[in-house]
Design a protein around this ligand. Structure first.
Ligand code: PRX
Length: 641
């Protein structure tokens, strides 16, 4: 069903949509020609002659874009703007407390990045070295990312909500010898002990030789002599100029760890040229960014959305980007809307989970603000249910701002499927059409391509510049994970429906990944955290529907024979998962299960566990192949709701 969007001031709404259709056709007909033109949306120090050199076929597998071109990402985000917009605000930082605001111009940001690049060099960081960032949403996070890019170091940002163990695993996996952190973070009026977490993590990371610590709160933290340095003291001694390193298009830019259906999180590797082109072009196309506007993406830089649409896409486009170090419900439920008014935000990009949480608090919180500056709204991270879409549109956007529901993934580098920002009608819940250069297909379980209006598994048939290039340190895992389920195609792990207009409706993950509040969590990760507890013998984790989070985590836990279930133990296991992984992995429901439904060959039948978690126990399907069908009755009886 579509909704008409009333936009009285825009007479030319149809033309840009037509242009988008033409671009889609052009990119499909001649990818090389299309990207030869559009690769120029960023500045190249040595222009490329080669454009697309890719194949998803196992025998000939390669993904290379603009491979003989050379550029520098930080020069694109900073230096190229100095002559025209040096005094324009690049970053508006908004702290946890309303009005705790800092405005950093492009000139100022450039100087900070140069200084920090020199600090990194003084610490022995060279081109190709990995640098781990464990920071709050402060300007220094963007400075550190851009400083790495300036000298060709590869950053790995770890979300500040991850535990010391998770941080340690990510530091060791990419072999970084330096960590950038802050004394503490502030979120919703609470302090997060970032430096203390780093200290705990480093007990298991013998190769880390230096830690740079930003003073965010001034809280008391331990500093290890010979290893830990204060950021401000190092910056004061560093020179304010640093020539950007000449980088090949295919040189690594960053690693970002993300959860998959099996094993520990993978280090998704993005490279320099293709990623920057994708982040920049999608930022401009999807958000139709106009000079002088204020763009606010609420994501944390610990996630890919923060990389592409807080830092790289906006800064490469000379935009003013907001970095928000707070939460939507602090100090009250009006925080987003009050901040939009105060900062004059024109484009606002957030996640359905935040929209649903705020919707529940009622319209009054929104109506206290004018939101007159808003022009466009965006959604990302999970399917947006039509009810939340309508509230976002009608209440938050006063019925006058189009919504771009953007589907993409850490692996894709930037937005892949999204409505035109100029669309005059909209389908609540549909990400609509692929961007130019994206070739989605729906396939059945056997990989047969499905045509027309249908539903199936979402694959991408050909490469696009922003695609991840490998899993850090494990190329085989990259090929295995994404290109063997449907040989010759990139498998997204998502299911989708396509309607008669050719519009896509993402239905959610079809693998063992759960999407909790727009954050990806592998069921295997939570399971292995649970079984690491001394009293647990077995665990199985599935997703369950959750009103606010989209999906919640439902864990079935089998205890050791000598251990009795209790509420205390349930709480203890929750705390254990929080300590092992972080708060986002804590099960919403935890059921003690005397046995798990297994086939005779010992495979857990997750389908049954999902149904029980959903509360849909009337249609469990055939359970006769189970080794012991009676376990199902016990599971249904003891379901926690
Ligand atoms: O299931 C899809 C969902 O989020 C997954 C990617 O998660 P992540 O790599 O953490 O990146 C999140 C931010 C891009 C996808 O496989 N997803 C993301 N955006 C949407 C979505 N599902 C439906 N609609 C979306 N707009």
């Amino acid at each position: 069903m579509s909704v008409a969007i009333h936009r009285p001031d825009d007479q030319s709404a149809d033309a840009p949509a037509d242009a988008l259709d033409r671009a889609r056709t052009a990119a499909a007909a001649d990818p090389d020609g299309y990207w030869r033109d559009h690769g120029r949306c960023v500045d190249w120090i040595v222009p490329y002659r080669e454009v697309k050199d890719t194949s998803f076929d196992a025998a000939d597998f390669r993904i290379r874009w603009f491979a003989d071109g050379q550029l520098n990402v930080s020069a694109n985000c900073l230096d190229r703007h100095l002559a025209t917009r040096g005094d324009q605000v690049a970053i508006v930082w908004e702290g946890d407390e309303p009005g705790e605001t800092l405005r950093v111009t492009y000139r100022d940001l450039h100087e900070r990045v140069c200084r920090f690049a020199n600090v990194l060099k003084a610490q022995g960081v060279a081109k190709g070295d990995r640098v781990t960032l464990y920071l709050p949403m402060i300007v220094e996070a963007a400075v550190a990312m851009l400083a790495c890019a300036r000298i060709g170091a590869v950053h790995s940002v770890v979300f500040g909500g991850f535990s010391p163990d998770s941080l340690a695993g990510r530091i060791r996996d990419c072999g970084s010898r330096i960590v950038i952190t802050a004394d503490e973070g502030c979120r919703g009026g609470k302090r997060i002990p970032l430096k203390a977490n780093v200290d705990a993590a480093l007990a298991n990371c013998p190769d880390v030789a230096s830690v740079l610590v930003v003073r965010r709160t001034g809280g008391d933290v331990a500093m290890t002599a010979g290893r830990d340095l204060w950021y401000d003291e190092a910056m004061a001694q560093a020179a304010p100029d640093c020539t950007p390193e000449l980088m090949n298009a295919e040189d690594p830019l960053f690693i970002l760890y993300t959860s998959g259906s099996t094993g520990s999180p993978k280090g998704v590797l993005h490279t320099t040229g293709g990623y920057l082109v994708w982040a920049t072009k999608t930022f401009r196309d999807v958000f139709d960014y106009r000079d002088g506007e204020v763009f606010w993406c609420t994501a944390d830089v610990g996630w890919v959305t923060g990389h592409s649409y807080v830092v790289y896409g906006p800064l490469a486009s000379g935009a003013t980007t907001v970095m928000f170090d707070g939460v939507p419900n602090y100090p009250d439920h009006g925080r987003f809307w009050e901040t939009i008014d105060r900062l004059g935000v024109n484009i606002f990009y957030t996640a359905p989970t935040a929209i649903r949480a705020l919707m529940r608090e009622g319209d009054d919180w929104v109506k206290r603000s004018s939101r007159a500056s808003l022009r466009l709204l965006g959604s990302v991270g999970e399917p947006i249910n039509p009810e939340a879409w309508r509230w976002y549109h009608d209440v938050a956007g006063d019925g006058r701002c189009p919504i771009v529901d953007t589907w993409w993934q850490t692996e894709t580098g930037g937005i892949m499927i999204a409505p035109s920002p100029h669309a005059t009608d909209a389908k609540p819940g549909s990400a609509t059409k692929p961007l130019p250069g994206v070739q989605p297909q729906l396939v059945d379980a056997e990989g047969q391509v499905l045509e027309g209006a249908t539903e199936g598994n979402l694959v991408i048939a050909d490469s696009w510049p922003g695609q991840m290039r490998t899993v850090w340190g494990d190329h085989e895992r990259f090929v295995q994970t994404y290109f063997t389920t449907y040989p010759g195609k990139y498998f997204t792990g998502d299911g989708a429906r396509r309607d008669a207009d050719g519009d896509y409706w993402i239905t959610g993950r079809v693998d063992d990944v759960i999407n909790v509040s727009g954050h990806r969590m592998g069921t295997a990760e939570v399971e292995s955290a649970l079984v690491a507890h001394a009293k647990v013998s077995e665990a199985a984790v599935v997703g369950m529907p959750h009103d606010v989070k989209g999906q919640g985590i439902y864990a079935y836990v089998t205890l050791n024979a000598d251990t009795a279930p209790s509420d205390e133990l349930r709480d203890e296991l929750r705390r254990w998962v929080r300590k092992e992984i972080g708060p986002i992995a804590v099960p919403d429901a935890l059921q003690f299960a005397p046995g798990l439904p297994k086939t005779r060959s010992g495979k857990i039948m997750r389908r049954i566990l999902r149904k029980i978690a959903e509360g849909d126990t009337s249609s469990l399907g055939d359970t006769s192949t189970l080794a012991d069908p009676s376990v199902v009755d016990a599971l249904v009886r003891d379901r926690v709701g």
